[in-house]
Design a protein around this ligand. Structure first.
Ligand code: G6P
Length: 499
């Protein structure tokens, strides 16, 4: 650790729009922070602890005015967003411009100059906060589409830093990306990093193409040569690093007696149908929920499936509820669910068990254990960690994963039943194939899926990214980055050997 008289500084700083902690109000009215259950925190926690790390991000509510604090062993550096910032930067530019644009324009993106101005301003706020708390020669890892300008802003104020960026969502083909009025600024913003990571090889390719078209810089995978007039001139590494989950942890949870008991209870509660199919998504138009419902509804109404035998459990967690496209989606999905249930359910069996909630990890694990088939029908998805969570939970080596080829996970999970969610007949056939799949085939497929998910877990993902970043920085300026970070990486590599 190093420190100045006013601000404490850290050798390793993670920057993401959301902090890895949630504000929880206890029954007695007192408030506390609980670590979010996500894999990113789990993956970075050991690195954080070892490297003396901090996390810069927003607390999820307007104008919290919080000072830095520590919770669950993580140093938290809050960035404030006002009501206006939430409207323009978060709901506007991040989630009504970039999100639909980067997801194949499934919903039309809106382009507003005031939203862009807010995006620049808020990105600068995050960059300033990170610059203030990072020690000389330290490492900063910036996450996701909300913060694409931060790498360059940081490079300008802190050329001593080692800067990594990871994009959790797809990066679109140039024909789509080029619609963005501020496309050059975004590309230049990202090029401030030493390593730019994407989920899929195709995303890295799309980004490199955008760089060539917009800047004229030379790219030869995985390197982009940043040359004059850009300063400082240097090499940037652009590569795919598919993110994952803490698979061992998820499996351990699925094996617990309480999760097993809860899974039985869920099955009984649904009337013990022969097959339970499951969908788990944020309520987002990228997830293909309507396509899934259409296919299932048709299978019931054309007699291919009997509602007494099969139930679809759909968990749709509330998301971005003030953005118009999300409000319209909720209406559409809930109307469809109501119609299918109204037309096809019986007194004893409901066609669709629909839940507009987020659930804790334990309940999710129980649902995965209870479900014979998981349906992932995303129209476009950076990765889809739900698919990997299902696989990790199936220690009994049965169960079938139906997986859209438009989810990043399909690059890795090759033994899933792959579908094109736009092809409703194909989707219906895949659902029937999954329901009727012989046990031996389920096992053969699930074993292969589980091997992949167990080997390529989230700890490996973060290690590979940080090793690439340390290496890129070493070759940039002869080991001028933090030696402490080298120690941390040596430590994580040693740990891996010991595993
Ligand atoms: C996706 C994005 C994340 C985002 C999450 C939840 O996974 O890649 O950056 O945090 O959705 O969305 P929200 O808008 O609630 O942060």
């Amino acid at each position: 650790m190093s420190s100045t008289s006013t601000t404490r500084q850290y050798d390793f700083v993670v920057v993401s729009n959301r902090l890895p902690v949630d504000r929880v109000v206890d029954p007695d009215g007192s408030e506390r922070w609980a670590t979010s259950p996500g894999g990113l925190v789990a993956a970075l926690e050991p690195v954080m602890r070892e490297a003396d790390g901090a996390w810069v991000g927003w607390g999820g509510q307007p104008d919290l005015g919080l000072e830095p604090f520590e919770t669950g062993g993580i140093h938290i550096v809050p960035v404030d967003l006002s009501e206006d910032d939430i409207e323009n930067f978060y709901e506007g530019f991040s989630n009504d411009t970039l999100w639909p644009l980067y997801h194949d324009v499934i919903s039309p993106p809106s382009f507003h100059r005031v939203w862009w101005d807010s995006y620049v301003e808020v990105n600068q706020r995050f960059a300033d906060a990170a610059a203030a708390v990072t020690a000389v020669g330290g490492t900063v890892w910036v996450h996701d589409y909300q913060l694409q300008l931060v790498p360059r802003m940081l490079r300008e104020s802190r050329p001593d830093l080692s800067i990594g960026y990871f994009c959790h969502i797809p990066f679109p083909p140039y024909g789509i990306f080029s619609q963005l009025p501020w496309r050059l600024q975004v590309v230049e913003g990202l090029l401030g990093a030493d390593v730019i990571g994407f989920q899929r090889v195709a995303d890295a390719g799309n980004f490199s193409r955008a760089v060539r078209r917009l800047t004229g810089l030379a790219t030869k995978s995985p390197v982009i040569e940043v040359t004059a007039p850009y300063q400082p001139t240097r090499r940037v590494i652009v590569k795919a690093f598919p993110i994952s989950i803490d698979a061992a942890n998820f499996e351990a949870l699925a094996r617990t007696a309480s999760v097993q008991a809860r899974a039985r209870e869920i099955r009984e509660g649904l009337g013990n149908p022969r097959t339970i199919m499951l969908g788990v998504d944020r309520l987002d138009y990228t997830k293909g929920i309507a396509h899934r419902l259409k296919a299932f509804g048709e299978l019931l109404s054309d007699g291919s499936l009997d509602v007494e035998d099969v139930t679809l459990v759909q968990v749709a967690s509330p998301s971005r509820e003030r953005v118009a496209a999300y409000m319209a989606l909720r209406d559409e999905i809930e109307l469809t669910v109501g119609r299918i249930n109204g037309d096809l359910s019986t007194m004893s069996h409901q066609a669709i068990s629909y839940h507009h909630h987020g659930y804790p990890r334990e309940e999710m694990a129980a649902l995965y254990v209870a479900a014979d088939v998981l349906l992932v029908t995303a129209l476009r998805d950076g990765m889809n960690l739900v698919a990997k969570e299902y696989v990790a939970s199936r220690f009994t080596e049965d169960g079938v994963l139906v997986l859209s080829e438009f989810a990043g996970a399909s690059d890795e999970l090759k033994k899933a039943v792959r579908i094109n969610p736009h092809d409703i007949d194909g989707l219906k056939a895949a659902i029937l194939q999954a329901i009727d799949m012989p046990h031996r085939e389920q096992q053969a497929r699930m074993r292969s899926l589980r091997k992949r998910v167990a080997e390529f877990d989230v700890a490996r993902w973060s290690r590979e990214f940080l090793e690439t970043l340390a290496e890129a920085t070493r070759s940039r300026n002869g080991a001028a980055h933090s030696h402490d970070m080298d120690d941390v990486l040596d430590w994580t590599i040693d740990r891996r050997k010991a595993d």
